[in-house]
Design a protein. Structure first.
Length: 235
């Protein structure tokens, strides 16, 4: 009798399993297919990303070789597409592109524009952005006014560390070139003693202070002798 009940129970389990599979089986297959497709897509995406990165690195290396060979047109063509991409190598490509247009065409404004693109793409954050902004200062320093240069480099001057010190050094050098000896000595004096200033900048500040003459202090005028207000004695 117990065998009979066991057979009936087993039959019921099989019938229930058949019903469940009939009802939910298609969903299970769909889920399995989706899982396999997702895993395959992830593997393909990872492989494609690796291949895309490898192509970008190869293009960058070819641009470097072209630049070293003074083949500026070829270097510019490769770097322009890289600099405009979302590839992690894009900021480096932007830096090199600025060098290409500057050395190849002597176009200072175009070089500045390429570096400003790097700053914009990096949203003003990071080492490559700070370096690009500092480079724009060096390129613009000769023709820009001191106030314009200060405005351009303000984001760096407000920061502590190497880039802020280099930006302030450029401001001091510009002040000296413009004949503003007081401002030049003030900024070089600050760099000489401020914290977080690289040793090289400190050394150059000391050298600058040793050659920049002290501002002349106007001599004080000698006091005039008081006028003789004595009156003739009354006769």
């Amino acid at each position: 009798m117990s065998d009979f009940f066991e057979e009936v129970e087993e039959g019921l389990r099989q019938d229930r399993a058949t019903q469940l599979w009939t009802r939910y089986g298609p969903f299970v297959w769909v889920a399995a297919i989706a899982l396999v497709a997702f895993v395959a897509w992830r593997e393909y995406s990872a492989g494609e990303a690796d291949r895309r990165q490898a192509r970008a690195v190869t293009t960058f290396e070819e641009a470097v070789s072209a630049l070293e060979g003074n083949e500026y047109a070829a270097a510019e063509a490769d770097l322009t597409s890289l600099a405009a991409s979302d590839n992690p190598i894009a900021p480096l490509a932007g830096h090199l592109l600025a060098q290409v247009v500057y050395e190849g065409n002597g176009d200072v404004q175009a070089a500045i524009a390429r570096l400003e693109d790097v700053v914009s793409a990096q949203e003003g954050e990071g080492v490559l952005s700070d370096l690009a902004l500092l480079k724009t200062g060096y390129l613009a320093a000769e023709n820009a006014s001191l106030s314009d240069l200060e405005t351009r480099l303000a984001p760096l001057i407000e920061k502590e560390g190497a880039f802020g010190a280099l930006a302030l050094e450029l401001i001091a050098a510009k002040a000296f070139a413009d004949g503003d000896l007081v401002r030049a000595r003030e900024e070089f004096g600050y760099l000489r003693f401020a914290a977080s200033v690289p040793p090289g900048v400190v050394q150059r500040a000391e050298q600058a202070l040793s050659v920049i003459p002290l501002p002349e202090v106007p001599a004080e005028a000698e006091p005039e002798a008081p006028a003789d207000q004595s009156e003739d004695p009354v006769q």
